[in-house]
Design a protein around this ligand. Structure first.
Ligand code: MF3
Ligand code: CO
Length: 256
């Protein structure tokens, strides 16, 4: 089902989105050499509950994972790209960290992800991966608006990723979002212009390009959740929740 939010619900989504953005930026600033992924998870839990919000992840048990996720944020280091389950790992200089967070506040969810390099050493390959996902996300947002087709967004995202020299895996992509985190329509990270559902004001979409340096094949970690590149190469992921408005879109998951 595709959920269209009324203006009051969009106003609530703004609050959820701003909180997601604030938590992610706080966790980025605390993700330094020596920080443990379990600390990031605990701090995230404290911020979510402290704000009177709810985690979309902790009890989430979809078919693509193994049992409830059990944590409050996804932490993907280097080859881990999606659904990274926090574990006892201490961040090192040059690690590429992806943080992905979805919460519910006032009955409306928002979902966002950021990738960045920890510490002083910024490997060129990692910088390029992050840059490609950020540019793809910006292109997807730029393409979106009322009347635009889903395929137009997918094409905009996919063109940036392939143009940067990466293969695109379309097993996981963006999604509608609203009173729950994962809704229709699916937003493929590659596609053809003019295809699919036409966007309407009040639709919330999570756009989330992700990429792996030298492969489009994923493997699942022994933790049953974390998806990694099959070759061990580095990976990146960028995501925002946007609202389709009468005359364009609004990005909801920026920190205020
Ligand atoms: N937020 C992810 C997405 O972008 C989903 C993570 S599910 C989890 O769609 F359970 F792994 F957290
Ligand atoms: Co998402």
């Amino acid at each position: 089902m595709i959920e269209i939010l009324n203006p009051n619900q969009v106003a609530l989504a703004r609050e959820t989105g701003a909180l997601v953005g604030e938590i992610l930026q706080t966790m980025k600033s605390r993700s330094v050499v020596g920080t443990n992924l379990l600390d990031i998870d605990r701090w995230t839990k404290e911020m979510i509950l402290g704000a009177g919000a709810e985690s979309c992840y902790v009890d989430y048990a979809p078919s693509f994972g193994s049992g409830p996720f059990g944590h409050y944020i996804c932490t993907g280091v280097n080859d881990a790209v999606l659904h990274g389950r926090p574990h006892d790992y201490t961040l090192a200089d040059g690690d590429l960290l992806s943080l992905d967070l979805a919460i519910l506040l006032g009955g409306i969810a928002a979902d966002s992800a950021i990738s960045f390099v920890v510490g002083e050493t910024k490997p060129a390959e990692s910088v390029a991966l992050i840059d490609a996902t950020e540019r793809a996300l910006a292109a997807g947002i730029e393409a979106a608006g009322p009347g635009v087709k889903m395929g137009d967004i997918s094409h905009a995202i996919g063109s940036v990723l392939t143009g940067a020299g990466y293969k695109v895996n379309t097993e996981f992509g963006g999604h509608g979002i609203g009173s729950t985190m994962h809704q229709d329509p699916h937003v493929s990270n590659n596609g053809r212009k003019g295809r699919g559902y036409a966007l309407r004001p009040g639709l919330l979409l999570a756009l989330e390009p992700w990429v792996m340096a030298d492969t489009d094949k994923l493997i699942t970690d022994t933790d049953g959740w974390t998806l990694k590149s099959s070759t061990g190469c580095r990976t990146a992921h960028s995501e925002h929740t946007i609202a389709v408005t009468d005359d364009g879109v609004e990005i909801l998951t920026l920190a205020r």
